[in-house]
Structure formats: C-alpha cells, structure tokens
Design a protein around this ligand. Structure first.
Ligand code: SF4
Length: 253
C-alpha cells in the first residue's frame, strides 16, 4: 500500500459511513470493455495500492495518479480528495436517470467497508453496478453478491514494479470464482500478449479484453491497429477507449 494510505484512511476506520472520492461524473459513456458505449454514472474513489508507471521497467504511466500520488497531489485539496457520505452519493446518483453506476479509482476495494455499503445500497435500489479494479484485493462474499460485474485489470510488467505486488494469485482466483469478472489488459507491445495468455491459462480466465494505452485519440487509434491482429489470433476481445476518442484526457469525462 502507498505510504500514507493507512494514515489517510484512519478516519474511515472510525466512521465508515463515507468514501474518499476524487470525482463523480456523468451521465457519460462507459469508454472501455464489455459495456462500451453504454450511458453510465462514474464514482471515482481515491487511493490505490499500486503505483503504475513509477517502478522499474515501467513503459506507461497511470492516467489517474491524482487519486493516489499524494507526493505530487495534495490530498487535503477537495478537488483531489474529499470524503463524501454514502447518502450524498446515493442522492447524486438518484438525481440522474441513468441506471448503470461504475465505481472506479484508484483502487476501489481499498475502501472495503464503504464500498460494500454503497454497492449494497445501489443494488437494493435496482442499479447495475460495475467495479473497476486492479485485481489485487479479494472481494468479499457480500460485494460479489451485490455487484453486477467486476472489470478486472491486472497489471502486466510494463506497468512497472514487482510482480508480487501486481499479481496476487488468491485475489485473481477469487475474481474468477465470482463468475462476475471480465478481465481487461492494457497492451502496448505485441510481446505482452504472451504474458496475458499465461495469466489466462494459469487462472482459467475466460472473458478477456485487450486495450491500448494512451491519453490521446491518435495514440489509442494507432495502438488499436498495432494489437488488433494479435488479439484476433489469440481469441481476445478488443476495446477502444471511447472517452479518449471523444474527450482525450479531460478529467471527469
Ligand atoms: S492500478 Fe490503476 S489506478 Fe492504481 S496506479 Fe495502476 S493504473 Fe493507476
């Protein structure tokens, strides 16, 4: 876990009726993966237990570092991180007509108690809920029961850092066993496909999506062309990044 996370989350341990968030936004379109193009509301949670792009061997950088890189971004600045009560989040969702809520990050499963409560509240109101996760933390039975789907994005060597941090076998096995996981890999180079295929075989992953990295439409389009044939040959699904195509790296879209 990043330095300072436990300290910063201490307040939540005492009073768990809230979540630390970076953004709420939408309606917009789900830009990636199986629900691509669907209208959705997004709740982006703060904090992450990885630091993609900063470790040895990194070939790309996290595009939401403001959710966790508190050496660069000030966590006391409410535009970076603020604590919001679950009732307030529910009121924000219910003021809109869209029925799909995507909870992303950062790494949402770090704020386990608040996340479980929010997903349970959304589920009880009939919302579809997708959680986007790096797949390193084991979801509880309650979370599995209430969520519609997990969009699990394990980080390959190109994210940098040690494999023992990025790939947690017990967590990946739990996501597979949940029956609600779709696996989504960021790929830039063709040599990364073998890494994905090895993980898919090792953990019996079935629903696999690959997606190029990039924060500009041109980069993503070029990446799609680079990886498309290999994705077809391997039997993987291909995802563009619709939000980048439409709004490049504008925050909150
Ligand atoms: S897991 Fe996701 S949010 Fe966390 S550092 Fe990596 S890319 Fe960023």
């Amino acid at each position: 876990m990043n330095a300072g996370v436990l300290h910063l989350l201490g307040q939540q341990a005492v009073d768990d009726h809230g979540l630390f968030i970076a953004d709420t936004f939408g309606p917009t379109f789900q830009g990636e993966g199986p629900s691509l193009g669907r209208q959705a509301l997004f709740i982006r949670l703060s904090h992450c237990n990885l630091s993609c792009g900063q470790g040895p061997g990194a070939r790309w950088a996290c595009d939401t570092a403001y959710t966790w890189d508190f050496k660069t971004y000030d966590p006391q600045d409410p535009k970076i991180r603020r604590r919001v009560l679950l009732d307030e989040l529910m009121a924000w969702v219910k003021a809109r007509t869209v029925r799909l809520v995507v909870i992303t990050g950062g790494e949402p499963l770090i704020q386990r108690v608040g996340l479980e409560r929010l997903v349970a509240m959304l589920h009880a109101e009939g919302y579809e809920v997708e959680i986007e996760t790096n797949g390193t933390l084991i979801p509880s039975e309650d979370l599995v029961a209430a969520v519609t789907a997990f969009n699990v994005s394990p980080k390959l060597a190109a994210a940098g850092g040690r494999e023992i941090m990025r790939i947690v076998p017990a967590a990946l096995a739990a996501f597979v066993a949940s029956g609600k996981a779709r696996f989504k890999f960021v790929v830039n180079e063709l040599d990364e496909f073998k890494e994905i295929a090895d993980l898919a075989e090792r953990f019996a992953m079935t629903e696999i999506w690959v997606m190029p990295e990039g924060t500009s439409a041109d980069t993503v389009r070029q990446g799609l062309r680079t990886i498309a044939e290999e994705a077809l040959a391997r039997g993987f699904n291909l995802s563009p990044r619709l939000h980048v195509e439409l709004w490049e790296d504008e925050r909150g879209r």
